[in-house]
Write a protein that binds this ligand. Structure first.
Ligand code: FE2
Ligand code: FE2
Length: 348
């Protein structure tokens, strides 16, 4: 109740807590023209007024009978931080006043009062209170606006992600409609890559990005003509050069979606070879990103078993032989080891 702002057309309320009747009376006399004065002879009565009335300013005797004035000051400030408290003291004890200011008193007055000083201190306290409440209100509004903005950003991000997912799916379906292979291919590559990564104890966050990269690794093929995608005879050098551009084309597509940034390296390098003879950057060994090395194995395995442009799809045993044959040249030996030891080919 006490910690609200008074209506502008009403007189501000001042609560005087002082055990001397004459002090309460004289303060009321001085202040009554500009303020409503509530009078409390002790801490209990004071607390009652604070709980039941609107109070702007408290004039508090530092030495109340049976009450520690400083403790009462502290309690009031805890409950009503926007009420300004002016301490009243019969003498100027610097130490007590310093404690009062430290506990949150706005100012102090020494008895007997100088009327002009009293009015000036009370007015300043009131201005201080109004300023503090205005700042609080501005901060509340700012907080509300910030929350609303954050909500808008989150919604916009979700919408953007949904739109991007729709776009990506449309691109994959577009490629699939022309090669009859990519839609299922990326799913099988995602599955095998995830199995390899789990066996190699990849952390969850990285695993999430690996799966995302696997789904999108061939997205750049959306830029390639159908006759090249479906060609089941040997590609010409020119056609092969066009095919080799799909990792970088994929990265260009992903660049328009900053929230997929973590997939870029894996997409760009999924056709690098362990001996440095791959593309697009001829990276070698462990300088090829780990997720891209996993994708390279999973991609090749699925291609050997399921690619429609292969003349002779390979059996699981033959794929295993191919992996062993090309370990350390095309593939990372550690990853090949995991695939073979854990019998992961049976899951493709
Ligand atoms: Fe690829
Ligand atoms: Fe692929």
């Amino acid at each position: 109740m006490g910690d609200t702002i008074n209506m502008p057309d009403k007189k501000p309320n001042i609560l005087v807590i002082d055990d001397e009747f004459s002090v309460r009376q004289s303060l009321q006399f001085i202040l009554k023209d500009e303020y409503n004065v509530l009078k409390a002879p002790g801490a209990l009565e004071g607390q009652f007024y604070l709980s039941s009335h609107h109070v702007d300013i408290v004039l508090l005797d530092i030495r109340l009978r049976r009450t520690d004035g400083l403790k009462l000051l502290f309690d009031i400030k805890q409950r009503f931080p926007y009420i300004e408290i002016i301490m009243i003291t019969a003498y100027a004890s610097l130490e007590t006043i310093r404690d009062a200011i430290r506990f949150g008193a706005f100012d102090y007055l020494i008895k007997p009062f100088d009327i002009n000083e009293l009015l000036s201190v009370v007015r300043n306290a009131l201005i201080h209170r109004i300023n503090k409440i205005n700042i609080k209100n501005d901060l509340d509004k700012l907080r509300e606006s910030t929350l609303y903005l954050e909500h808008l950003i989150t919604t916009a991000k979700k919408t953007m992600i949904n739109c991007s997912e729709v776009n990506m799916t449309a691109m994959l379906l577009n490629i699939n409609s022309r090669d009859g292979y990519t839609w299922e291919h990326v799913r099988r590559v995602t599955k095998l890559s995830s199995l390899i990564a789990e066996k190699m104890r990849m952390q969850d966050e990285q695993l999430k990005w690996l799966k995302c990269s696997a789904l999108l690794h061939d997205i750049g093929k959306v830029t390639i003509d159908e006759y090249i995608l479906k060609k089941d005879s040997k590609l010409t050098d020119h056609e092969y050069e066009i095919i080799k551009k799909h990792p970088e084309k994929g990265v260009e597509i992903i660049k328009s979606m900053p929230f997929l940034e973590n997939t870029m390296h894996s997409i760009r390098h999924h056709h690098e070879r362990y001996d440095g003879s791959g593309y697009p950057n001829r990276l070698k060994g462990k300088s090829i990103p780990f997720k891209a090395r996993i994708l390279a194995v999973a991609d090749a395995v699925d291609s050997m078993i399921n690619s429609p442009v292969r003349q002779n799809p390979l059996s699981i045993d033959m794929v295993e032989k191919e992996l062993r044959l090309h370990t350390g040249t095309q593939f990372d030996p550690e990853i090949v080891d995991v695939v073979i030891k854990e019998k992961l080919l049976s899951f493709v």
